[in-house]
Ligand binder design. Sequence first.
Ligand code: MN
Length: 290
Amino acid sequence: MRICWFNEDRLGVVQDGVVIDVTDALKALPAPRYPNRVGDLVLAHLDALRAAIEELPSGAPTYPVQKVRLLSPVANPGKIVGVPVNYQKHVEEAAADVATFTRRETGSVLEQGFFLKASSSLIGCSQAVRISMPERLTHHEIELAAVIGKKASNVVQADALSYVAGYTIALDMTVRGAEDRSLRKSVDTYSVLGPWLVTADEIADPQRLGLRLQVNGEDRQVANTSEMLVYIAEQISWVTRFYTLEPGDIIMTGTCEGVGPVVPGDLIRAEIELIGSMEVAVAASTPLAR
Ligand code: MN
């Protein structure tokens, strides 16, 4: 199943280039109650939602995918976990350009561990990345995102993928510089998810997926998730020794070589095998609020 949020917070299922409005199925979920400690309700109750969708009467509104505005397919992540330098050739390109990449940390994910991105930075692919600091270098990073479906703490590798509800394409947009990653990668609009969430049952092996990112039609990043240094199951096992993952939490599983700058006016196209592709505009930020 391919799930999206679209237009004015409508819930959709994507089939053959068409978005079916299944918002009515949300009635099957428990109402949010304070204090909400379950994470994202849709991800926490995906099986119930799927059953409710299948029972919806026919005749729901449908739209061509190209005609809807796609929002983040995860509405309320508690946290976004980042995995730095998790492809060997990206380790090498970072080491070769210390001025841009490695003023603070060096080495791969094995030396550096993980980091967090603010959930307020999250947008969908129809909402432009906005460059608020044009004097700073902003880079694109395409990543496979794994979205958690149930509470996970101290998970062993052999069980880890069973905690993943689905996969989607992520852009871990990054201001280069010397500050902490949690600052440079949490700028508003600097976390993009899309175009939709593909449930895990449709992706037999997340470690055999081709990735491709183009800017203005030119290839920048082309790789395969098989080239990760630390695989997703190991990431989940490692991360959950430090913090509990909850439904809706997102792991951006690391980017491959070929990262590079974008500026307002650019168009990013990101594609991952078995998920699909998305186009994301890069725009200038709105002026500072007075
Ligand atoms: Mn990244």
